[in-house]
Write a protein that binds this ligand. Sequence first.
Ligand SMILES: Cc1ncc(COP(=O)(O)O)c(C=O)c1O
Length: 448
Amino acid sequence: MTQDAQPTNPISGRMFERASAVLPAGVGSSARSVRAGWAPYPPFIAQGTGSRVTDADGHEYVDYLLGLGPMLLGHRNAEVTDAVIRAISERGTVFGLPHELEAEAAEKVCAAVPSLDMVRFANSGSEAVGTAVRLARTFTGRNKVLRFEGMYHGWMDTVYWSNHPKLELAGPDDAPVPVPAGKGMAPHVGDSLVIAQWNDVAALERALEANAGEIAAIITEPMMLNTGCIMPVDGYLAAMRDLATKHGAVLIFDEVITGFRLARGGGQERFGVLPDLTTMAKGIGGGFPVAAVGGRREIMELVADGRYSHSGTYNSNVMATAAVSATMDILARPGTYEALDRHGAMLLDGYREIATRHGVAHEVQGVGPVGQIWFTDAPIRTYRDAARHARPDVFTAWWREMMARGVLFHPSQDENLFVSTAHSDDDIAFTLEAADASVRAIVAAGLA
Ligand SMILES: Cc1ncc(COP(=O)(O)O)c(C=O)c1O
């Protein structure tokens, strides 16, 4: 992928032209669009196998995009694929009535994630978050939701605010204001949101005190993974837990990315802090579209007694629950997370070493099989640090060089690098060779 006069992927170019006539922006989700950085057009993918994908023009890439996260087991994991095919051929697809696989999958998910007594399946992370917020409101009888600048919790009106606001619209550092992430949202929803900087206990305390008795939920990722990768500072999540309890707010961990990835029990296991409700999606189904919301029995039972109605024609369908059940079995095998951690560390340590050796200002952050490299000469601890100090121009130059050398990841530094169980030592070695050559090239071109 380069922007040369002679594109190296003309077949993708033709596919993009065809798609653009019938699909807005030529793609199915905005994160795949030219506007999101896939210039001059995204590579069209022909197939994926394990840790690699091949584009329509025949280029093979080691894949760190991993479908934006779901392909934790690599592409077309044979066990999950077989389980889904078998379930369809033996049972069907959608019944509008319960079936046995549903409880089987739910038992396995509750066994894996420390804070879950009960769980309900959904079809996307956005839906799961929408349900978690409503459950929190029902449970507390309060209305407001405290969310952090720089996080993304899906596209529901309730939370699709202040993801990556322009700083000139976002208010002072110590008193951020809600900024809608796009048009089409009812403006009054902003009144139900309290925005705070992440990684700052005093800021959280101030926001809770200023809205005492009104906050239904605090929603956070256990680590910030929608502004690149930002780790929680020591003690931050534990302090958030204590403050949520003190103020009677439901603590929601949005583990759509971290779930089943940072550990079998997700970020809550890895960081040792338990939320009241958890949302899960990308790691839960081995690449099949499925999500879940779960948590403490007394909150989840609001669904059972009808105070909150959780609906969805496709919830708990046969494909989804078969995929979850098979994925949970694979993830429970000894050694799974040791291998993910080892390959993640090889990649991130390798990036650190290469950027340091070439004298490029950077900060690599990550844990287990997820992370990101920031090109910056200042530490990144909050969204505003990233907005002020990170260098998207250097990241874009680096991304172009890496893509040209067969390494796939998202062109935006706000996304992540994902390692799967299918990645091998050879994949990482190949990637680090490409990284060395890419950094050398951007330094030589005066771009870093
Ligand atoms: C933390 C987080 N929450 C929620 C979502 C929304 O999930 P989905 O795209 O499945 O609706 C995402 C998607 O990227 C996410 O990263």
